[in-house]
Design a binder for this molecule. Structure first.
Ligand SMILES: NC(=O)C1=CN([C@@H]2O[C@H](COP(=O)(O)OP(=O)(O)OC[C@H]3O[C@@H](n4cnc5c(N)ncnc54)[C@H](O)[C@@H]3O)[C@@H](O)[C@H]2O)[C@@H](O)CC1
Ligand SMILES: Nc1ncnc2c1ncn2[C@@H]1O[C@H](COP(=O)(O)OP(=O)(O)O)[C@@H](O)[C@H]1O
Ligand SMILES: [K+]
Length: 453
């Protein structure tokens, strides 16, 4: 099945869940048989009757692979297992139950479907030399590669490539999805992500972002109760206009764009010289702000206020992470990778861990944007989302910042607001379709909202 709202675990967390399952009386063989059955089910769908090469390593990933080969052969598929190393532990039992054709990895026949059971979460060193050459040859000749648990060559936590990676067209995650599916080389090498929980009970404060549930305004609501968003314009007012337009379409009751000659995206957005702090439910500072003296002053003023803030773009270059701790009002930061590195230092491989650390250090909700976007709270919760790659165009981050401000004005709950905004932004991008520009997003936000009511 396609995972929705699923927990995302590290290799250590997965092993702990597996150990708890064994402590509860389950056997490793039974778990492997269940994994093998799930893999065979998916592989059969993708093979559509064509011949299959199953790659089996020496660890449990290989054990799953031998089991899957057996189930596929029982269904009448033409299956060859290409093995690497001597299966040990639970994998040895699975290997002994396989009586079909077995060759060494370097002799693996190129076939339309390759099932990758070389390495899973136990990969401990880079794949190089003869196995790497075999992987390259098989990938080049295959129509479709199904990875068991995680594509071989990916670090399960960071998603970084360890030597060569056998890029998958689909990955069947076992037990739970892994952080490595969403990060580094794992983004491009995992293909379509599927999950079989194998009945394991896994929980984590890090989860895939689910579609939010939103409420229509109440009968007693008016423009102020629904929340006024102030957007501070600066030297590049186009960015502030994009943000203000998104805030208005994102459900705010009233949007004020503050700045002389900033203009407005449409007439519903009000241009004023300044934002009335008594009225504002959330203020966005940063998109197109500039980094001169004026920008510095504005940034300092808003930082020292007791208003709920979204800090984006230039504002993220004008503040320091530790001073944010002094704020008592909610703060949401929306950095891209470069802004994040300036504020908090270059993240080590695991960006999810880096975003959680940053949230804890600053006390703010951190939205670390990119091909995978992570929303992290200072209490250790994180939500992870993969938006359309068509979003990689100028100004889409300004739209997201405006949306966060709108949801913040409506909900008053920073983590929830950031999650809602990231989902709506990605959905608006999907609705806008290929070759979108940032200006296209706002008009699709109401359609995305309608899907959440
Ligand atoms: N965790 C779970 O809940 C479950 C795990 N299962 C499977 O078990 C896998 C993890 O099994 P393991 O812990 O045995 O780990 P792996 O099967 O990923 O491989 C570890 C083995 O490969 C060797 N190795 C690592 N890197 C190497 C390299 N570059 N070159 C050559 N050898 C290398 C190690 O020394 C070890 O023998 C999962 O990915 C999944 O497929 C399933 O069987 C069932 C459920
Ligand atoms: N390759 C990608 N795949 C998916 N989303 C992406 C990709 N690259 C960027 N994005 C998204 O596009 C937006 C870009 O924001 P940002 O870098 O702040 O741009 P800008 O400042 O021009 O608005 C973010 O929401 C980010 O998550
Ligand atoms: K694998």
């Amino acid at each position: 099945m396609r995972p929705v709202d699923a927990p995302i675990v590290t290799a250590a967390e997965m092993r702990a869940a597996e150990a708890a399952c064994f402590a509860g009386g389950a056997s490793q063989t039974a778990l492997m048989e269940a994994a093998a059955r799930a893999i065979a089910r998916e592989a059969a769908r993708f093979a559509m009757g064509r011949p299959i090469t199953v790659l089996a390593g020496a660890g449990n990933n290989g054990g799953d692979a031998f089991g899957a080969a057996r189930f596929l052969a029982e269904q009448g598929f033409d299956v060859v297992v290409a093995a690497l190393g001597q299966a040990g532990g639970g994998a040895a039992a699975m290997r002994s139950r396989w009586s079909g054709a077995t060759v060494a990895l370097h002799e693996a026949p190129v076939r339309p479907l390759v099932v990758d059971g070389l390495f899973g979460i136990g990969l401990s060193r880079a794949i190089t030399g003869a196995p790497a050459a075999a992987i390259e040859r098989l990938r080049a000749g295959a129509d479709f590669v199904l990875a068991i648990d995680i594509a071989s060559g990916l670090d399960a936590d960071s998603g970084e490539a360890r030597g060569i990676v056998l890029r998958a067209d689909a990955t069947l995650a076992l037990g739970a999805v892994k952080r490595g599916h969403f990060q580094g080389a794992g983004i491009g090498a995992s293909g379509a992500l599927l999950l079989d929980t194998l009945g394991l009970s896994v929980d984590s404060p890090v989860r895939m972002l689910a579609r939010p549930r939103l409420a229509a305004p109440g009968a007693a609501d008016h423009k102020y109760t629904r929340g006024l968003v102030g957007v501070v314009a600066g030297t590049m007012p186009g960015a502030a206009r994009l943000a203000a337009g998104a805030a208005a379409r994102g459900g705010a009751g009233y949007v004020v764009l503050a700045g002389e000659d900033a203009g407005v995206p449409f007439d519903a957005v009000v241009q004023r010289a300044a934002i009335d702090p008594e009225r504002a439910a959330a203020v966005l500072v940063g998109p197109g702000l500039g980094r001169g003296d004026m920008a510095c002053t504005l940034c300092e003023e808003w930082l020292s206020s007791d208003l709920t803030l979204v800090l984006d773009g230039d504002a993220l270059s004008l503040i320091d992470a530790d001073s944010l701790r002094l704020r008592t009002a909610p703060t949401v930061l929306t950095p891209h990778a470069g802004e994040f590195a300036r504020l908090f230092g270059e993240p080590s491989g695991d960006r999810i861990a880096a975003a959680l650390d940053a949230a804890q250090r600053s006390g703010a909700v951190v939205v670390l944007k990119g091909a995978t976007t992570i929303v992290a709270s200072s209490s250790g919760e994180a939500r992870v989302h993969r938006p359309s790659s068509w979003l990689s165009t100028a100004g889409t981050g300004d739209v997201l910042a405006g949306l966060v401000a709108a949801r913040l004005a409506v909900t008053k709950a920073p983590f929830r607001a950031a999650c809602e905004a990231v989902w709506l932004h990605a959905r608006a991008a999907a609705l806008a379709g290929p070759a979108l520009v940032a200006d296209d997003l706002a008009m699709h936000i109401p359609i995305a909202i309608a899907e959440c009511l």
